[in-house]
Design a protein around this ligand. Structure first.
Ligand code: PLP
Length: 366
């Protein structure tokens, strides 16, 4: 049996929707997309937004229409969904390791324009061998660790050494560098954030210069996120920014000073029980992520605490304006991990559903 997701939803008011469900405010989304596109319009740096946040070709298409040079995906599964949705210019920002994934990368490259990243010579050689066997030359960036200590080769000589090897691999076409400063994104104070960003960008830019001295291409130097996007144009070597969360924002990014993007995402929940100063809603760990702290009820002076997989508790300091059956919008603390919990976006304008979009790459973690 195929489950049909509420075919009558379009035209309903938010209050008429069943819960829990994910609401996307289209006006706010469009203003965020426009603001970011405007920011980069007159800069030498371009935008290649990260689709790991929204996980839907619908939003990727809106980003490309506004001038993005392509998109980023964290996982091959996301990239496959984007390619099937007609999106091209996909930078897969995570290393592709192992025969099963390499096979999929080659399949992806046969459908769409794809760029891959490497941080190890043997792993790069395996990708090159498969690409060459398929008659392909895959564009490739050397991933540099700029301080996040996640993936990436050390900047400087180590990165140069790997770049020289990649440049000689027949199945790869070296296009430049990636260096993502994830550790700087959520620093609240803009001056401290700029300082942390500079500490990450200096070794990245020095590495780009080193490659250039050795005659290696640096046409792409890809970096940055929502928190640091505004500093990227200070660096001549940087060519593109990978911001993701700006499309919808979340509570954690709401604390980061100096960003003007709007909160466009909520989870709609219903009050299913109440007692005294607390109301229990039908949204728990399975519909609201808590890896970045507690979500927050919109327009209510209440604290949200998870109460298991299916429930959350809203606690008011005094009083409790909610009745059983009331609907409450809750803003996620972390947009990426909350979106990944839902099948559908209920897309709204002025409080009414105007579309239902699948979160098409939801659960595509491989
Ligand atoms: C490699 C990479 N680039 C860009 C981003 C986008 O960052 P943000 O969502 O903070 O804009 C992420 C987010 O995790 C990432 O992992």
């Amino acid at each position: 049996m195929v489950w049909a997701p509420d075919p009558q939803a379009v035209g309903k008011t938010i209050d008429q929707l069943d819960t829990p469900c994910l609401l996307l405010d289209l006006d706010r989304l469009e203003r965020n997309l426009d603001a970011m596109a405007r920011f980069f319009a007159d800069k030498p740096v371009r935008l290649r937004p990260h689709a790991k946040t929204h996980k839907t070709p619908n939003v990727a298409r809106m980003q490309l229409e506004r001038g993005a040079v392509g998109i980023c995906c964290a996982k091959l599964g996301e990239a496959e969904v984007m390619a099937a949705g007609g999106i091209s210019g996909i930078l897969v920002t995570t290393e592709v390791v192992g025969p099963a994934k390499i096979r999929r990368l080659i399949g992806l490259a046969q459908q769409a324009s794809v760029i891959t990243v490497v941080d190890d010579a043997a792993a790069a050689q395996a990708v090159s061998d498969a690409a060459a066997a398929a008659g392909l030359r895959l564009r490739c960036l050397v991933d540099v660790d700029v301080g996040q200590h996640r993936t990436g080769v050390e900047p400087g000589e180590s990165a140069l050494d790997l770049a020289l090897k990649v440049a000689r691999m027949p199945g790869l076409e070296l296009a430049g560098l990636q260096g993502y400063e994830g550790h700087a994104q959520h620093i609240v104070d803009p001056d401290e954030r700029r300082t942390a960003h500079a500490a990450a960008m200096q070794p990245l830019c020095q590495t780009a210069d080193l490659l250039a001295v050795h005659g290696l291409p640096t046409e792409i130097v890809s970096t940055g996120g929502t928190g640091t996007h505004q500093f990227a144009a200070d660096y001549r070597a940087i060519t593109e920014v990978q911001a993701g969360s700006y499309v919808v924002m979340d509570i954690e990014y709401g604390h980061v000073a100096g960003l003007s993007f709007e909160s466009a995402l909520t989870v709609l929940a219903s009050v299913v029980s109440r007692s005294g100063t607390a109301a229990i809603v039908d949204a728990g760990y399975k519909s609201l992520s808590t890896d970045s702290g507690p979500p927050r009820a919109k327009n209510l002076d209440a604290r949200y605490t998870p109460r298991g997989d299916e429930h959350g508790r809203l606690t008011f300091d005094s009083g409790n304006p909610l009745a059983i059956g009331d609907k409450v919008e809750i803003t996620p603390s972390h947009c990426d991990t909350t979106i990944n919990l839902h099948d559908l976006y209920y897309v709204t304008r002025d409080g009414r559903v105007v579309a239902v979009w699948p979160v098409a790459a939801r659960g595509r973690v491989q």
